[in-house]
Design a binder for this molecule. Structure first.
Ligand code: SF4
Ligand code: SF4
Length: 367
């Protein structure tokens, strides 16, 4: 890998030069507490120290709402309306969000490439940036706190600039085109990089083993946490919208008044909404709020075989932006048995056999 240093005084010049490669999007402060990726005109508005944006970077590749094609019934034809996407630069992604995009790639690019996603992914330049965790971050437990790939450039903060890892040929071209802005990395810079990474590792709130989580979630389907917490849930779907790896969508046809033509659109869906599990004939696979609440926890904690990580990258958004103040991470810790609510101190006849109830549902004989 190639490493270069960007002195702090060249930071804004570097951002300005990034516009040569396409529209520049970066995190900006949009209110007292919130940040979001927005197109940047004045590079001095870019936020380098933020914890999480409201919307994750997936919104640039998998649009919240997208017209797919127009159709005509009488002509028995349809015309795809896929846009001609211009190159763009996405600056300031944290490691967890880069992992989120890698997860999205396994879904939308691997087996059956999604052309709407693919065309944007090919045009997007990804520039990562280091961060310091707050109390909502748990990417360290998800092994998504450092990105080895998935970026063109990655900036690590130094006291007097940025140590940059160059990840792709595009990254090399960006550096080479503005080579006068960069310097060689010194021993002092390496020490500062190491110091920052150590400080960051210690700044995470949680340091524990989550290796058994996905098994415990399956075993603990009758845990009282599900009733208690799903009762609080408003079924608003916010947690899905802000999640960098939630990728469900619904498809809707919009017929025109001529009764012949129209168009089809897809838009983000949420497994927390009652309509999500509804199928033809009126059957609903997840009719209750509790069913849907549990579904999200199981889905997010399932395992992406290709990447060897879970579908949750530990960004903390679903907790931070939940209007009911439900803590995803604390609920998982309850299931893991990290707090005192998980297991009774003494076994008695009244204690429900939680694992047994689950396997009975499957027609088994219990554990
Ligand atoms: S954001 Fe919170 S209240 Fe809304 S559906 Fe998700 S868990 Fe429930
Ligand atoms: S489940 Fe929550 S913490 Fe995990 S990636 Fe999604 S929004 Fe982030």
């Amino acid at each position: 890998m190639r490493y270069v240093k960007l002195p702090k005084e060249n930071t804004y010049e570097f951002l300005e030069r990034l516009k040569d490669w396409g529209r520049l999007y970066a995190p900006v402060k949009i209110s007292e507490k919130f940040y979001d990726f927005r197109e940047v005109e004045d590079v001095r508005n870019v936020e380098f120290h933020y914890n999480r944006t409201i919307m994750p970077p997936k919104k640039f590749f998998f649009l919240p709402r997208e017209k797919m094609f127009e159709f005509s019934i009488s002509k028995a034809e349809y015309r795809e309306t896929i846009e001609n996407v211009e190159p763009f630069v996405l600056f300031g992604l944290h490691a967890c969000d880069i992992h989120g995009l890698k997860i999205m790639d396994t879904i939308y690019l691997d087996e059956f490439p999604d052309k709407y996603y693919k065309v944007r992914r090919e045009k997007g330049i990804i520039i990562g940036i280091s961060c310091m965790p707050d109390e909502y971050c748990f990417c360290n437990l998800r092994e998504t706190d450092f990105a080895d790939d998935g970026f063109d450039l990655f900036l690590h903060e130094l006291p007097d600039g940025w140590l940059i890892r160059v990840g792709t040929p595009m990254g090399h071209r960006i550096v080479d085109k503005s080579i006068k802005l960069f310097e060689e990395v010194t021993t002092q810079d390496i020490c500062a990089f190491r110091e920052f990474e150590n400080k960051r590792a210690n700044a995470f709130k949680y340091h524990e083993d989550w290796g058994n989580l996905r098994y415990l979630l399956e075993l603990e389907m009758e845990h009282p946490m599900w009733d208690e917490q799903s009762e609080l849930c408003l079924a608003c779907g916010n947690c899905n919208l802000v999640c960098p790896t939630c990728r469900c969508y619904e498809v809707i046809d919009f017929p025109n008044l001529d009764g012949d033509t129209g168009y089809r659109e897809r838009r983000w869906d949420s497994c927390q909404l009652r309509s999500h599990g509804l199928v033809a004939g009126g059957h609903n696979f997840r009719p209750t709020k509790k069913d849907r609440f549990m579904n999200r926890y199981l889905c997010k904690n399932s395992y992406n075989e290709k990447l060897g990580i879970s579908y949750c990258v530990g960004c903390g958004r679903c907790t931070y932006f939940c209007p009911a103040e439900i803590s995803f991470v604390e609920n998982l810790r309850t299931i893991l048995g990290i707090d005192e609510k998980s297991c009774p101190s003494e076994i008695s006849e009244e204690i429900p056999k939680r694992g047994f109830a689950y396997s009975s549902n499957l027609g088994g004989e219990g554990l």
